[in-house]
Design a protein around this ligand. Structure first.
Ligand code: SF4
Ligand code: SF4
Length: 343
């Protein structure tokens, strides 16, 4: 074999080995009683999409791929986020096979069937690993979505999804999960300051949500948490925020919104014990704002925000209270004039 070819082969082998090592460095663990193995942090793909940073697909996909190259094997998306193209592009031509979570806000059987089919087609996968009822708002909402729940059960039986369950900001909805034999997964909101946690029509506490998480885990459900940083409000205490959520009994993994390579670096370095205790990420580009020049004062966003973070200001325009906003991004697509953006 010519020297150049041999060197090329050695370099190629090294690169494969290097990637193997990088992936192996991230611990993987079982997700509840599912057969899925996940890394202790996952990437929330929402951040790169239309409701937040609105990056071009190639730029958002580059960040998704970077997270995968750093060893993250767990991606969170949703029908509502419109981020499937980023994932498809990130996986194109690679051998990565991350565990993919998607979810839908719909209530009906047919709506959920369409959501699952759309996800399979748009991501380019026959099977979506995890599919959830998205943002179950209070216990009655769970009951009202019986059609969508039945569809998830049937989709799992057909092999179109591997695991099913619910995502929620609500303690009362999270509590239901432990008693649902068909549910495999709970994806709850929790952070050390209880930011964004709801309980019925009222604010909820981290203690109550932690108890619901523990009960779900003891019933064999896989649990991964969202909003460990309270939508950016707790980033100044990055390690404290992560220590709290990762230390909760029953939490298998934490989804972190990643809008840059440095976000992925911080999350992976944290998991590998390499992040300094006083690490402070740059969060200057991660706040939701209402463009006052565009807002028409219709109030749709105020009704949509379950965190009660939006109010009318003295000019009759919507304004976001950054201390209450958990940057879920749910308000942005509602706005008829696209006045809500992430800076
Ligand atoms: S204002 Fe409300 S709906 Fe909008 S991103 Fe913040 S918490 Fe979510
Ligand atoms: S939905 Fe848009 S236009 Fe309506 S109040 Fe909110 S920001 Fe303003």
């Amino acid at each position: 074999m010519p020297v150049e070819v041999r060197e090329l082969c050695m370099a190629s082998s090294f690169m494969r080995f290097f990637r193997f090592v990088a992936i192996k460095n991230m611990e993987k663990r079982s997700l509840g009683n599912t057969n899925l193995l996940i890394t202790p942090v996952g990437m929330g793909v929402l951040t790169v999409g239309r409701t937040q940073l609105n990056l071009p697909v190639k730029d958002g996909a580059r960040i998704v791929r970077y997270a995968l190259e750093r060893g993250v094997n767990f991606l969170d998306t949703a029908e509502y986020y419109e981020t499937y193209p980023y994932i498809r592009e990130a996986l194109r031509g690679t051998d990565f096979e991350p565990v993919i979570v998607s979810k839908s806000l719909v209530s009906s059987y047919g709506g959920m069937a369409k959501a699952i089919e759309d996800a399979r087609a748009a991501i380019g996968r026959d099977v979506i690993d995890i599919f959830l009822l998205h943002e179950v708002r209070q216990a009655p909402d769970f009951e009202n979505r019986a059609g969508a729940r039945q569809c998830l059960i049937d989709a799992k039986a057909k092999g179109h999804v591997r695991a099913i369950g619910l995502s929620t900001h609500h303690v009362d909805a999270a509590r239901l999960c432990a008693g649902q034999s068909e549910a495999d997964i709970l994806f709850p909101l929790i952070n050390y300051k209880s930011l964004g946690i709801r309980n019925g029509a009222n604010p909820g506490t981290k203690e109550d949500m932690a108890a619901a998480i523990k009960a779900a885990a003891e019933a064999g459900k896989g649990v991964f948490a969202m909003k460990a940083f309270g939508g950016g409000n707790l980033c100044a205490d990055y390690t404290k925020a992560m220590d709290y959520v990762t230390g909760l009994p029953g939490v298998d993994s934490v989804m972190i919104g990643m809008g840059s390579e440095s976000d992925a670096d911080a999350a992976v370095d944290y998991c590998e014990g390499k992040l300094s205790a006083d690490f402070r990420p740059d969060v200057g580009n991660k706040r939701m704002r209402v463009d006052q020049g565009d807002c028409e004062g219709c109030g749709a966003c105020i009704s949509r925000c379950t965190s009660k973070a939006i109010h009318y200001n003295e000019n009759g325009r919507a304004e976001i209270d950054g201390t209450a906003c958990v940057t879920c991004g749910y308000c942005a697509p509602i706005c008829p004039v696209r006045a809500i953006i992430m800076f």
